[in-house]
Design a protein around this ligand. Structure first.
Ligand code: SF4
Length: 365
């Protein structure tokens, strides 16, 4: 089977809606052609700068405008990050994903500190991924030079439904950032969230956007919404396991070589449900008791699940070679202090406005 870049929404919907057993079988068959079905990567997500984000993503408890219980933190030190990465490595993780609640990367001391974190983790022989918001080409090149293995920038949902979720930036900014990352050797991680009130057509639309990228993202996280109190999506009903398996299986079929990641929402899934996801082609989980700010299964529980299912944690750099780290003083790039004009559509999203208002009412009490 060759990787196709011309999937249509109709074709993807047809796959998603197949009889369940047929879908599972087809996905598992594709999975085995490209991946070892008994190997699953364990990644650790580290929130290096939490909360206080200026964006209005309707699912996110870190957006400053919503009234949630997330406590904001300044950027972690390189020393703290190294200690956490060592702990993650000792418990079986081969990848560290560092997330900062930023709209976009700004040149300056904080970005320099993140570059140092990248250098430090790459030297621990772990895959380093960052999710820092929008990046320019020059910033992507600086990250690549520091030894970044992957950059995460989720499309979240279809282009149409994106407007119902976020008003502070546009879909084209996401695609532009992915394009900027593609100008380097850094691999692309981009996926989305189900359970935000989107239709199945929207789910298929997101998979069209991802699968028609050429090359396709090396990594696609599939999240189930964790409805956090105080966010605009606090009342969304939980995603059923059947929907999650269908989404994973469809992703696997249309992006056969990609690493499909079971991300947020695993605490709501039984071990049997997760096993179905692995069978359908998921081959990565995030370990640690927190996923940025939302709950996640305990590492020991995950290791027990691996033992039960006979799964082995994937080693680092199996899918792409380890990048070389260039030290800051030898860098061929300089901070350009760019001020890119990322879009700001600014349309009103009713539920986002309501959550913002609710927040201000509570804080005035
Ligand atoms: S998802 Fe990211 S960009 Fe959006 S509000 Fe949360 S931290 Fe900010």
């Amino acid at each position: 089977m060759t990787t196709r870049h011309d999937w249509t929404k109709e074709e993807i919907l047809k796959i998603y809606n197949k009889p369940f057993m047929e879908l599972l079988y087809e996905a598992a068959t594709v999975h085995r052609q490209y991946h070892d079905p008994n190997t699953v990567q364990v990644s650790t997500l580290l929130s290096i700068k939490t909360g206080g984000c200026p964006e209005d993503c309707g699912y996110c408890p870190q957006a400053a405008r919503y009234h949630t219980n997330v406590e904001g933190n300044d950027l972690m030190s390189v020393h703290q990050v190294k200690a956490q990465a060592l702990r993650a490595k000792a418990s079986g993780s081969s990848r560290v994903c560092m997330g900062a609640a930023w709209r976009n990367v700004k040149d300056g001391p904080e970005f320099d500190q993140v570059l140092e974190m990248v250098r430090t983790i790459n030297k621990l022989d772990m895959e380093v991924c960052c999710t820092l918001g929008m990046v320019t080409e020059n910033q992507a090149k600086r990250l690549a030079e520091a030894g970044l293995y992957a950059y995460n920038h989720n499309l979240d949902t279809s282009e149409e439904y994106y407007k119902e979720v976020i008003s502070t930036r546009g879909y084209e900014d996401r695609l532009q950032t992915i394009e900027n990352v593609r100008k380097t050797n850094v691999t692309v991680c981009s996926g989305g969230i189900i359970g935000m009130g989107e239709s199945i057509e929207d789910r298929a639309g997101m998979l069209v956007a991802l699968s028609t990228l050429n090359p396709q993202p090396e990594s696609v996280p599939i999240n189930a919404l964790v409805a956090v109190d105080g966010t605009p999506m606090e009342d969304q009903k939980p995603v059923e396991i059947w929907e999650m398996v269908r989404m994973v299986a469809t992703t696997r079929i249309v992006m056969p070589q990609t690493q499909v990641r079971l991300s947020a929402g695993r605490t709501g899934m039984s071990r049997e449900g997760q096993a179905m996801c692995f069978f359908a082609g998921a081959n990565s989980i995030f370990a640690g008791d927190k996923l940025l700010t939302t709950p996640n299964p305990d590492v020991n529980e995950d290791m027990e699940m691996f033992r039960q299912l006979g799964l082995n944690p994937q080693k680092a750099f199996v899918k792409a070679p380890q990048p070389q780290t260039v030290e800051a003083m030898d860098s061929e790039y300089v901070a350009m202090g760019e001020k890119p004009k990322w879009s700001r559509p600014g349309h009103k999203i009713e539920r986002n406005e309501a959550a913002k208002h609710k927040g201000s009412l509570v804080s005035e009490d």
